[in-house]
Design a protein around this ligand. Structure first.
Ligand SMILES: Cc1cc2nc3c(=O)[nH]c(=O)nc-3n(C[C@H](O)[C@H](O)[C@H](O)COP(=O)(O)O)c2cc1C
Length: 418
């Protein structure tokens, strides 16, 4: 019976354990988690979502406080178009987050950055260019282009000296999205080094509509694999979404996948950035406690725990401090929803907003508990103590369980001494 460890992912000259831990913003896939995965020979991701606030938390910088001070005059204004990112400071924060992580890297694995196009930041093109360039400058091993079609992203960095040697990948949820990306990037004369195929059971934003349940990861992977074979294109394929055991992973690897991307099981690791008390909500969730809804102002459906405090919360938009989802014209769907509720309830001290959420603030404060479909199985991966609390796992334990387990078995942490 095969194990994940019987396979290897080859990226250029490097050979890796074919387990990639996906990016989880905002700072849920921490540097500590990515570093552990790299130490063990796999690929870890940090996320470049809201890097200034992540840097403030990690390095005690003051990016958010200073931005809020600069735009304080606009806090009560419903128009947010004036709130811009300082590109120099954005580059500086990215350099800190990525650079310090790469300096700490040990072992034979790699660390990539998950870079979401939907963070439009009131100037989509330039802010994305700066984020990508700064990550490359700071020595990131690779960049996974996520949450968007990224039709122009390769072109943004084609002049960078590392453009041809850094590993670049794209996340797609359909053959059509991959075809579009390859067509639009063809001019740069560079193929992606890997393609993550994310199915409908993943956490975070989904690349499907609300009819996500009608799609199936294995079918999409097979379709893409067949098309690539017919076109004689050879790019490592990395399925993601709902791969919960080593055996699930082996099934994909035996059918030609180069590696798998996983995330949900690591949300209850010690190294994961979610606060420990929130990890307990992930452990105790049942299937009916999880939903895919439309409250993300990105317009993409998102999976989360129904008990997330963000749902129905009506905080004032906080774009002066954050503002990552402001589009090219300085709009965000949450601002419209919030203003509508304020106009409908002029005397209310606090309004409730049910159809959209202030994603930046809620993710920053860990009040929106995005999760994968199989979060309800996390309770089978650990032990409860006498008080009913689940024991957090080390990232190493989870990684090695994926790597060596057979027969859908899940290794529990060692029992405490009697
Ligand atoms: C808590 C959480 C946050 C996530 N955030 C992101 C993100 O910021 N960007 C992204 O591309 N994918 C995100 N994802 C998706 C994962 O990177 C990964 O592709 C997917 O969840 C894998 O499926 P699994 O969770 O069933 O293992 C997130 C997943 C989870 C569970």
């Amino acid at each position: 019976m095969k194990r994940v460890d019987d396979f290897r992912l080859r990226l250029g000259k490097q050979e890796l354990v074919p387990i990639m831990v996906g990016g989880m913003g905002v700072d849920i896939s921490t540097a500590e988690l990515a570093l552990e995965v790299a130490r063990l020979g796999g690929i870890g991701h940090i996320s470049d979502a809201m890097v200034p606030t992540v840097s403030d938390r990690r390095f005690n910088t003051k990016y958010v406080k200073n931005k809020l001070r600069q735009y304080k005059f606009n806090v009560a204004n419903s128009e947010k178009a004036v709130v811009k990112f300082d590109l120099g400071l954005l580059a500086e924060a990215t350099a800190l987050h990525v650079g310090r992580t790469m300096e700490a890297k040990r072992g034979g694995g790699m660390i990539f950055a998950n870079c979401m196009e939907k963070l439009t930041m009131n100037d989509p093109r330039e802010t994305l260019r700066v984020r990508l360039k700064a990550a490359l400058d700071a020595g990131i091993d690779g960049v996974t282009l996520a949450a968007g079609l990224h039709l122009g992203s390769f072109a943004l960095i084609e002049d960078h000296p590392r453009f041809r040697d850094v590993k670049l990948g794209i996340i797609v949820s359909s053959l059509r999205a991959l075809q579009l990306f390859l067509k639009k990037s063809a001019r740069t004369n560079r193929l992606p080094d890997y393609v993550v195929i994310e199915g409908p059971l993943a956490g975070g934003h989904l690349g499907f509509g609300m009819d996500w349940a009608q799609y199936d990861l294995a079918t999409i992977v097979a379709e893409i694999r067949e098309w690539m074979k017919a076109e004689q294109i050879d790019i490592p394929l990395i399925p993601a979404g709902g791969i919960f055991t080593g055996t699930d992973a082996v099934a994909f690897l035996e059918h030609g996948a180069a590696a798998v991307q996983v995330a949900t099981r690591f949300t209850v690791s010690k190294e994961c950035g979610l606060p420990d008390d929130i990890k307990q909500h992930y452990f105790t969730a049942n299937e009916e406690d999880i939903e895919v809804n439309g409250i993300s102002p990105t317009g993409y459906p998102m999976r989360m725990l129904k008990s997330s405090p963000a749902i129905g919360d009506g905080i004032r938009p906080n774009c002066e401090a954050y503002g990552y989802l402001l589009d090219a014209k300085g709009n965000c769907q949450y601002i419209d929803a919030y203003n509508r509720e304020v106009a409908l309830h002029p005397d209310a001290k606090k309004v409730r907003v049910w159809d959209k959420t202030c994603l930046c603030t809620q993710m920053r404060n860990f009040e929106l508990w995005t999760c994968g479909h199989y979060t309800y199985r996390l309770k089978d991966t650990s032990r409860q103590d006498a008080s009913g609390k689940y024991e957090l796992l080390t990232a190493e334990h989870i990684f090695q369980d994926y790597r060596f387990s057979v027969d859908h078995r899940i290794a529990l942490p060692a029992a405490p001494p009697a």
